[in-house]
Design a protein around this ligand. Structure first.
Ligand code: NAD
Length: 391
């Protein structure tokens, strides 16, 4: 099959197996070109197949020589249909890790389910004994509560008032206005159930109850705050409510971890184009402006650079851990710099259909999004026939 990208409304519905393997290798090479980090040794990554979670798995393994268990919820390919990018990524990661002599196990299943939790616990018991680090990096549209069987769906909506803003379809480059109606009370509760911290806490509880947490265990989940342009929809909206719940749960988990002298942390990361962020109205346009400004100031980072800096300068640095007033790591420090935000504020007023490619790095954003799906990698022959169930 010849595989070309198929993108609809900022969602890419296919992926290229050879290209995905190449982009996993490119991230590994970024880490290999840098000094080793005295980091974790037995790591569980929940949401390990894309974006921030994949980068965390790569840094754990290739900077700190960790054994990793990577959990994700992805679809395999068939003779006629490609797998999801995350499927190819996790298979490619395992291949690269095994070649390098780094133990790696993949679990493909719904992290919210009892079944997946049990499968993961069995691997820890049989292979690792305990874990010393847990990354929780899920971006999910829905969750079935294991206790009640009830289905919760997350929505990205403002709370209170409608939100109208510019947005971009980054494939066509069409800039338009989008209005999101405010969420109902039920939608707010549902979004917190899916994207809040309850499941993170259930994982830690389960690991602790089984005596699977090493002394000094650390766990990190990712949050986002962002700028005034996206604030009504993101931080003050349903997803922000879920992130506030996640941040509160970090405190609750910390109390649970005193028994193992452990630590639960929130890292507030930078806005980056990933499968998850591409579908949030207004956010891709903000990210395209951000990329233009941060690249001009030589401050731009992708997932792998962000996570490498998280390990090297924050979590596993010999210096005292730098936290904000709410005890969070601020990996978004460069994004939130006043000179960066002031520039974006100006550009946001000016940007329209005609000047989009001049004011915003829409090309860079599109290329990065495509790379997440294995397209546009240098050295890959995209005219070659490949098997979608290759891996
Ligand atoms: P992503 O879409 O690239 O990856 C999401 C991961 O979650 C994938 O590995 C997917 O397989 C996994 N997943 C989804 N549903 C699952 C389920 N039911 N069970 C198991 N795995 C499941 O997302 P991302 O952008 O890397 O986001 C990861 C986290 O980082 C999220 O919490 C997000 O809010 C946060 N974050 C993202 C950004 C950003 O700009 N992308 C910024 C700050 C924080």
């Amino acid at each position: 099959m010849i595989i070309n990208p198929r993108i609809r409304q900022n969602i890419c519905i296919n992926a290229h197996p050879v290209g995905c393997a190449a982009q996993v290798r490119a991230q590994i090479n970024y880490v290999r070109d840098r000094a080793k980090i005295e980091g974790p040794k037995k790591v569980l990554i929940i949401g390990a197949s894309n974006g921030y979670g994949l980068a965390a798995r790569i840094v754990s393994a290739f900077a700190s020589d960790a054994a990793t268990i990577g959990l994700a919820f992805e679809k395999p390919g068939s003779a006629r249909r490609t797998a999801t990018a995350g499927w190819y990524n996790t298979e490619a990661f395992r291949h690269e890790a095994e070649t390098a002599g780094l133990p790696a196990w993949n679990v493909n299943g719904d992290a919210f389910s009892e079944e997946t939790k049990s499968e993961t616990m069995a691997i820890i018991k049989d292979r690792l004994g305990q874990v010393d680090f847990l990354i929780y990096s899920i971006a999910a549209p829905r969750r079935i509560d294991p206790a009640t069987g009830e289905i919760y769906s997350s929505v990205i909506k403002p709370i209170g008032d409608p939100f109208t803003a510019k947005t971009v379809d980054f494939l066509s480059g069409v800039v338009s206005q989008v209005t999101a109606e405010p969420a109902t009370e039920e939608q707010i509760v549902h979004t917190i159930k899916v994207m809040g911290g309850e499941d993170w806490m259930l994982w830690v509880e389960r690991l602790l109850a089984n005596n699977f947490l090493a002394r000094g265990f650390q766990t990190v989940a990712f949050s986002y705050i962002g700028s005034e342009q996206t604030r009504p929809l993101y931080r003050d909206g349903t997803i922000g409510a879920a992130k506030k719940d996640l941040e509160q749960k970090a405190k609750d988990i910390n109390r649970m971890l005193t028994a193992v002298e452990g630590n639960a942390l929130i890292s507030v990361n930078k806005a980056l184009i990933t499968r998850a962020s591409a579908v949030i109205p207004a956010v891709p346009l903000y990210i395209a402006l951000l990329y233009r400004v941060m690249k001009a100031k030589k401050l731009h980072e992708g997932c792998i650079q962000q996570i490498h800096r998280l390990y090297q300068d924050f979590l596993f640095s010999e210096d005292v851990l730098k936290l904000d007033a709410r005890s969070r790591v601020r990996l978004d420090d460069w994004e939130m710099r006043p000179d960066v935000q002031n520039k974006i504020r100006n550009l946001w007023q000016l940007v329209d259909q005609d000047n989009l490619s001049e004011l915003a790095d829409i090309k860079g954003l599109r290329e990065e999004f495509l790379r997440h799906h294995g397209f546009g990698m240098v050295g890959i022959d995209y005219s070659a026939d490949v098997q979608p169930d290759l891996l």
